[in-house]
Ligand binder design. Structure first.
Ligand code: GDP
Ligand code: MG
Length: 178
């Protein structure tokens, strides 16, 4: 008998870091330079044949032009089982905002047993980042471990670098923990 699992995963981070592009790349295999702010809460669905018994319906929730407020409503976070926290490697202010997003997440949702929702850190636009900026960032593996992320990846939605790996890391962790 096959079982179906619905996983709600949030994609959070400041405006313009590439959240919508990451979701589009992962779900539709496309990338566009054209900038369009997301309006309204939106989610995309990817179906994964996980193993012989399990089909995963992965819902990736995109935020909705509400990034500017730096916090989201509890309703948006409700029943999430994982999160991707994204920043833009070319804009340090978006890295500074990462912890604010992580705190917002941890304050507003936990797993049903009270543990924090697993989160993966994505350093996006790695196709663009200059050496100068990289030098300004702390070691990301250390930083992410210290702040309770289960993993950290340099990604590019443009070049399709590490998007699958980052999402698989998260889904593996979600599936392993139940
Ligand atoms: P959001 O506001 O976080 O949803 O960001 P968007 O996905 O709308 O992306 C903002 C801008 O960054 C758009 O012009 C994208 O084309 C661009 N962008 C997103 N991801 C990447 C990337 O990995 N590399 C580069 N070079 N540009 C990207
Ligand atoms: Mg967007």
């Amino acid at each position: 008998m096959q079982q179906e699992r619905l996983l709600k995963v949030l994609v959070i981070g400041d405006l313009g870091v590439g959240k919508t592009s990451i979701i589009k790349r992962y779900v539709q295999q496309v990338f566009s330079q054209h900038y369009r702010a997301t309006i309204g809460v939106d989610f995309a669905l990817k179906v994964l044949n996980w193993d012989h018994q399990t089909v995963i319906r992965l819902q990736l929730w995109d935020i909705a032009g509400q990034e500017r407020y730096g916090n989201m409503t509890r309703v948006y976070y409700r029943e999430a089982v994982g999160a991707l926290v994204v920043f833009d490697m070319t804009r340090e202010s978006t890295f500074q905002a990462v912890l604010k997003w992580k705190v917002d997440l941890d304050c507003k949702v936990t797993l049903s047993d009270g543990r924090p929702v697993p989160a993966v850190l994505l350093a996006n636009k790695c196709d663009q980042q200059s050496q100068g900026l990289r030098a300004g960032l702390p070691r990301l593996d250390t930083f992410s471990r210290e702040h309770g992320f289960i993993g950290c990846y340099e990604t590019s939605a443009k070049d399709n670098t590490n998007i699958d790996a980052a999402i698989m890391c998260l889904v593996d962790s979600i599936m392993a923990s139940d």
